[in-house]
Design a protein around this ligand. Structure first.
Ligand code: MLT
Ligand code: MN
Length: 312
């Protein structure tokens, strides 16, 4: 099985269009070791032919252009795509806006929880994806299924979705209910366990996660690969940088550092490879010469990059 990190940045990408922070400036000016990154997406293939995309980012057009495996294949008709299905892990802009770029009457299947499907239904712009070509299918949490294409042909990629601590998408927050996590419910943010029909070892893709609880530790224990929420290094990093008022906690993203951070919370959980994805443009690990980058690598983690491939 092949996994490809199609986009390793969080919402906004890196550099972000309006960002003048030192990291975005360095990425924009081509500083070695501060590599630009596109927004959050992963692709998986069981046979190297058909691909299942996990999240459709606003950068999808650029991502397909940079990824030959996701491009139209020669000799297969004037219009074709190896993208068989798109699995959504939440309804954040960085994970669903790319669906709009996949219009053009091309068949593929969308998989998401009922909460995320309800958001697509409520926004009529997504009707550019005619259900006659692009069926929408509900992911039932805890059910391990084979992803199939629009016609129901198997892809060989298996997925099990389960809720993780998180938050509803920013534009869906009920600000009158801050004590109830802004109206977030189960199914707003899911993790996916990705495996294949050959019984290869499984990987977990969790681009958004607010906390690591015992249940999550148990689930990912023994995984061949964990691709995990690397939005922030420090919980208050965006405040310290002066770019915004929110902590990671407020945004539904656990920080890498700190006693409750992802590095220490997962330190004793056995995992083959652990890789941070969904990295925000304020995260100092984006600079390969930073002490934070070094600390994360020393703790056994990799920092995801666009185009990085994992074979399982
Ligand atoms: C997030 O991951 O918290 C969102 O993608 C933020 C955003 O809407 O840009
Ligand atoms: Mn995001």
């Amino acid at each position: 099985m092949r996994l490809k990190i199609v986009g390793s940045a969080a919402g906004g990408g890196f550099p972000q269009w309006n960002c003048n922070y030192y990291l975005s400036r360095a990425a924009r000016s081509g500083v070695v070791g501060v590599w630009p990154r596109t927004q959050s997406s992963l692709a998986a293939s069981a046979d190297g032919q058909g691909w299942v995309l996990f999240n459709a980012s606003p950068d999808i057009r650029q991502q397909i252009a940079a990824t030959p495996e996701l491009q139209s294949q020669a000799g297969r008709g004037l219009r074709n795509t190896p993208i068989r299905a798109v699995v959504l892990t939440n309804a954040d802009v960085d994970h669903i806006a790319g669906l709009l770029s996949l219009r053009e009457r091309e068949p593929f299947a969308i998989y998401a929880t009922d909460r995320v499907l309800a958001t697509l239904r409520a926004n009529s712009i997504f009707n550019v994806l005619d259900p006659a070509f692009v069926p929408r299918r509900q992911l039932q949490e805890g059910e391990d299924i084979e992803i199939t294409d629009a016609e129901g042909q198997g892809t060989g990629v298996r997925v099990e979705a389960f809720s993780v601590p998180g938050k509803v998408a920013l534009y869906l927050e009920d600000t009158a209910r801050p004590d109830e996590n802004y109206g977030s419910e189960s199914g707003d943010t899911v993790a996916v366990r990705i495996s294949n029909t050959q019984g290869n070892p499984a990987a977990f893709y969790i681009p958004g996660c607010a906390r690591i609880d015992p249940g999550l530790r148990e689930r990912v224990s023994g995984a061949a690969c964990l691709l995990f929420d690397g939005t922030l290094y420090d919980d208050d990093e965006m405040i310290a940088a002066g770019v915004g008022p929110k902590t990671g906690r407020r945004m539904g993203h656990i920080a890498m550092s700190g006693v409750d951070g992802s590095v220490s919370s997962l330190a004793d959980v056995p995992v083959g490879r652990r890789i941070f994805v969904h990295i925000n443009n304020t995260n100092p690990v984006l600079d390969e010469s930073s002490p934070e980058h070094e600390a994360i690598r020393a703790a056994g983690w990799e920092i995801g990059r666009d185009g990085m491939e994992i074979r399982l």
